[in-house]
Design a protein around this ligand. Structure first.
Ligand code: MTE
Ligand code: MOS
Length: 758
């Protein structure tokens, strides 16, 4: 492992993508010009469930001004499926349509308006079926069938110890139901994709996406082309938050079909309304959870049932519900556990990945219930957490022993100290009451045992004659800072200045399949691939440095921008590069990393679910206006044990951004559906926190190094979103004595609960 450079540059470096983005030089998909560009648009289902008998006016639509192609399922040259976990999501609805907004047909036209007008004009002949919209309704045996024989997209279970024995040993038992509604990603840049036919008969697709290799796989299936005829490029991506994990595959398939059909470049960009209506969301969840504890506060048992509304197609729901389930008992050592998760099929928009991947819902339930348990035990909720927290050597719900990188206690202690945690127990006089709340979380980094097939990453590092470096990676930058992380890992390893490293646009023809950029895995897994490649080139540079200095290679180490021998003689990085070129050393290398050692037994739910965990604590102070129900989060402190911060400002930014997104989840974001129809598909109708709502978020970075990670790093992207909602709810309870067991917790919910107690 390279030594830390320890120079001042480390502190001062700004993110490598910052300048091009703030100066408007970054090119997003809409900014890239193409000759003879056609615009694509999608005709969508007006009903939530039905049988498509055909199209009533397809010839007239084909004859509309500017229209160059109209495609339906019958025109798909390959398979009519976009592969996710199952292959159930059709590229275009064939005979059955299962949700409002499902793609039925595609149009390409000379202008965007013409394309949209044509898509709008296309009339499908649909026989409407009865539909089901709620997960619990989809469970009824006599209801409408949306997916399979039982409407269960997937289910998982955990069985640990003896659950009956665990509850018998308890002095106090609490059981509650918590509910979460949808959450919309609201990335700044809507989904967008361009496809350009290539001379070889293939297609080049570029777009706003998290997972170029998923897109590549989907294009192979839908077009029937071989892998080598397809090239996928990730364009600059204006936020993803999980929303650009699965859905780009669908949009790319649509765009590519139109391009291959017309022989011209085609671009599809959704407007905000279409993006809201048809793209994935965070899953609505209903969690029933029960803790038992002895009078001294030891948790003896936990039972949980986690029911997820997956929407019409399965997409990534099984993995989301799996992650939710693995973490649902909280970051506590509990001997007896029985937990089940179900993903139900309904006639609503399919839900998918969203920062935290099922964990924000699970954590909201278990961390609210911990406070309710503390109250019944007449115990401080902080004490109750301390008593049960996971630490090195503890065993998780899946029977996994926590290894050495466990900063859970440190994260909690630093958080409560920083915010001067104290509870008011609704003791404030007056209308506006303040209170504090806590939550703790753990987060399995990467895809874990159920996604291990994708748990790999590749990279290439090329050192050029002038010492500048090109890095090709398979994991993407979407705002979270991975480009800066890869730059630093590479530069610190080679001893070169940060501004000499350029990370190339991810391109599926330049690096091997590196899995998706999800599950907070880019730093830990992609970073290891970059490190692996950089270390190989460094070997060659080290031999050259040894040559210049006149020592043996093992005597050389890298310090700052120098190669140094043990007796203190030095050669500058650039001098070493020149010597390496003179020696005809290979100045390029491929790196590879795959995650090993994870397991999961589907019968018992036991196994080493993830390679390692990030541990986090959140505490906040809120003010509740008891006359209006308005809640203001005044301060939030969040500590995360991430092993090692590779670029501290980016890591702090992730903590702050995630916390704000989570406060929105807790208090504002309310997607309203009526019979599967989204009633507020816009940023005016759906409220997200803006700069005026943002509270003071204090990030604390805890570093408990993970030896397998690059420089000791684990993952951070998602954890900041997981815990704050429960902390907010616990603080509201502390402030005014009411507990709302759902997200979002709106002013009217608080007023209703307040009425009950006054
Ligand atoms: N931060 C920004 N600014 N934009 C994003 O789209 N996505 C989040 C998180 N932070 C996201 C973000 C999600 S869902 C994930 S999985 C991680 O970043 C992915 O990046 P990482 O692997 O580098 O943590
Ligand atoms: Mo993040 S939801 O894993 O893309």
């Amino acid at each position: 492992m390279p030594k830390k450079t320890g120079n001042t540059e480390r502190k001062e470096q700004i993110r490598s993508d910052a300048l091009r983005k703030v100066r408007g030089r970054a090119l997003f998909i809409e900014d890239i010009p193409h000759d003879r560009l056609l615009h694509g648009a999608t005709a969508r289902s007006p009903v939530p469930h039905g049988l498509i008998r055909g199209f009533l006016n397809i010839d007239e639509v084909r004859a509309m001004e500017g229209v160059r192609a109209v495609l339906t399922a019958a025109d798909i040259p390959g398979e009519n499926t976009v592969p996710f976990v199952k292959d159930d999501y059709p590229c275009l609805a064939g005979s059955e349509v299962k949700f409002r907004g499902q793609p039925l047909a595609l149009v390409a036209a000379e202008t965007r308006d013409q394309a949209r007008a044509a898509a709008e004009a296309l009339k499908a002949d649909i026989e409407e079926y009865p539909a089901v919209f709620e997960a619990v309704d989809a469970m009824r045996p006599d209801t409408v069938r949306v997916g399979g024989d039982d409407n269960i997209h997937s289910s998982y279970r955990i069985r640990k110890g003896d659950i009956d024995e665990g509850f018998r040993a308890a002095d106090i038992i609490v059981e509650r139901i918590y509910r979460n509604s949808h959450q919309v990603h609201c990335y700044l840049e809507n989904m967008g994709m361009t496809a350009v036919p290539s001379p070889s008969g293939g297609v080049v697709v570029s777009g706003s996406m998290q997972c170029p290799f998923y897109v590549h796989n989907a294009l192979v299936r839908v077009t029937g082309l071989q892998y080598s005829k397809i090239r996928v490029l990730q364009a600059e991506t204006g936020g993803g938050f999980g929303g650009k994990e699965d859905m780009p595959s669908l949009q790319a398939a649509h765009t590519a079909l139109l391009a291959l059909k017309t022989g011209r470049p085609v671009r599809i960009i959704y407007d905000r309304r279409e993006d809201f209506i048809a793209m994935s969301k965070r899953h609505p969840v209903r969690t029933r959870i029960k803790y038992g504890a002895s009078a001294d506060g030891k948790i003896t048992a936990c039972e949980a049932e986690y029911i997820v509304n997956g929407g019409a197609y399965c997409t990534l729901s099984p993995i989301v519900a799996w992650r939710g389930l693995i973490h649902i008992t909280g970051p506590y050592e509990i001997p007896n556990i029985m937990a089940d998760s179900y993903v139900m099929a309904t006639n609503t928009v399919p839900c998918g990945a969203f920062r935290g991947f099922g964990q924000p819902q699970a954590n909201f339930a278990n961390e609210s219930l911990i406070d309710e348990l503390a109250e019944k035990l007449d115990m401080d909720p902080l004490e109750l957490r301390r008593k049960n927290l996971l630490k090195t050597g503890s065993v998780t719900a899946t029977g996994q022993r926590i290894g050495e990188s466990c900063g859970m206690e440190e994260a909690l202690e630093r958080t409560v100290k920083r915010i001067s945690f104290r509870r008011r127990k609704s003791g404030d006089p007056g209308v506006k009451k303040r209170g504090m709340g806590l939550s703790v979380t753990f987060y399995g980094v990467g895809l874990g045992a159920e996604g291990k097939y994708f748990a790999k990453s590749g990279a290439q590092v090329y050192v050029k004659e002038d010492g500048s470096v090109l890095v090709a990676v398979g994991n993407v930058e979407m705002g979270q800072g991975s480009e800066t992380v890869f730059t630093r890992i590479c530069a610190d390893t080679l001893g070169c200045p940060y501004d000499m490293v350029d990370v190339l646009e991810p391109d599926t023809t330049r690096v091997p399949d590196s899995g998706p950029t999800v599950a907070s895995r880019a730093t830990m897994v992609g970073g290891r691939a970059v490190l692996d490649a950089a270390l190989k080139v460094r070997d060659a540079l080290t031999r050259s440095a040894a040559d210049i200095i006149g020592v043996r290679p093992f005597d050389i180490s890298v310090s700052g921008h120098k190669y140094v021998s043990s007796d203190g003689r030095e050669a500058e990085y650039i001098e070493v590069v020149r010597a390496a070129y003179a020696r005809r050393e290979k100045m390029a290398a491929q790196g590879w990393y795959r995650v090993e050692g994870v397991s999961f037994d589907e019968k018992t739910g036991q196994g080493d679910a993830y390679p390692v965990y990030t541990f986090s604590a959140n505490a906040c102070e809120v003010e509740v206006d008891t006359e209006t129900g308005q809640v203001k989060v005044l301060r939030l402190v969040a500590a995360h044990d991430i092993g090692k911060a590779i670029h501290t400002p980016s890591a702090e930014g992730q903590i702050q951004g995630g916390a704000v997104q989570a406060v929105g989840y807790a208090l504002y974001e309310n997607l309203v559906l009526e019979k599967g129809r989204i009633l507020n598909p816009s940023l005016t109708g759906y409220t997200v926190p803006t700069s005026v709502d943002v509270c003071d978020v204090v990030p604390i970075i805890v570093e408990s190094p993970y030896p397998e990670g690059p420089f000791g790093a684990k993952g951070l992207g998602e954890p900041p979103m997981v815990g704050p909602a429960a902390a907010v709810m616990n603080a509201i309870y502390d402030a005014c004595g009411v507990r709302v067991r759902k997200t979002p917790c709106l002013p009217e919910d608080i007023m209703e609960e307040l009425k009950k107690i006054t």
